[in-house]
Write a protein that binds this ligand. Structure first.
Ligand SMILES: NC(=O)c1ccc[n+]([C@@H]2O[C@H](COP(=O)([O-])OP(=O)(O)OC[C@H]3O[C@@H](n4cnc5c(N)ncnc54)[C@H](OP(=O)(O)O)[C@@H]3O)[C@@H](O)[C@H]2O)c1
Length: 205
């Protein structure tokens, strides 16, 4: 699969590394253009390249949003028209500003992201715990007690996200639809959780 990242910081780079290991090709972007990512891409090897944001969607199977939540609204939704998109962002009021609808759970943060990218299919994943040790936590499919990664959404994009979670070394956990993804957002009970399928099932119950 060809996977492009909008945002090539901690999350973009950590996920790109694991996606490459799983056999995928990655494209990294940011606001500063392909040239600014040359060194990072060289470090990732031949399955990685950089692109300008305007070219992000060219030939890509999947786009991962790995930017601060407050930047989502600044990304032109037409760039991702018709694309499958995974939102890895989290809303933190201290960083991203006060939003009453989000703070009162009138709407889930990733539902707001999906509303912005209204011509794309959006799922939420990769957001619930820090990426610092992601590589060392990953375990091959079939290994018992893999660490859970949650996925929320519907349809084909959710299936793609679920498969990708497993391929990069984690146990997928279905957290329902985007509209009910409160449990897995930054103010939800699963945020920061790092455990097995048994443990998350008990926690959610
Ligand atoms: N860090 C974690 O452990 C972690 C774990 C799970 C989820 N998250 C969430 O994932 C998101 C990214 O976190 P991070 O730690 O990876 O942040 P980060 O290290 O600060 O990286 C952010 C990246 O986004 C790019 N960017 C910012 N605004 C952009 C825009 N409008 N268009 C395109 N690119 C843009 C930045 O590059 P330029 O400034 O050069 O454009 C940078 O490459 C956040 O929402 C965070 O809450 C973080």
């Amino acid at each position: 699969m060809k996977i492009a990242f909008i945002g090539s910081g901690h999350v973009g780079q950590a996920l790109a590394k694991l996606a490459i290991k799983a056999g995928h090709e990655v494209t990294l972007t940011n606001r500063h253009g392909a040239d600014s990512l040359k060194e990072i891409v060289a470090g990732l090897g031949p399955q990685a390249k950089a692109a300008d944001l305007a070219d992000i969607a060219d030939g890509q199977d999947l786009i991962v949003l790995a930017v601060p939540f407050n930047q989502i609204k600044n990304i032109d939704s037409n760039l991702l028209k018709g694309k499958k998109v995974i939102d890895a962002s989290n809303y933190f009021p201290q960083r991203d500003g006060q939003n009453t609808d989000l703070l009162t759970h009138k709407i889930a943060s990733s539902q707001l992201v999906a509303n912005h990218f209204h011509s794309s299919e959006v799922a939420k994943a990769f957001n619930t715990f820090g990426v610092t040790n992601l590589g060392s936590l990953a375990k091959a499919a079939g290994t018992p007690d893999r660490i859970v990664m949650t996925v929320a959404g519907n349809g084909e994009v959710k299936k793609i996200a679920t498969d990708l979670i497993s391929e990069i070394g984690f146990q997928p956990y279905d957290a329902g639809s985007l509209s009910e993804s409160f449990k897995v957002q930054a103010d939800g009970p699963i945020f920061g959780f790092q455990g097995t399928l048994d443990e998350i099932t008990k926690k959610i119950a």
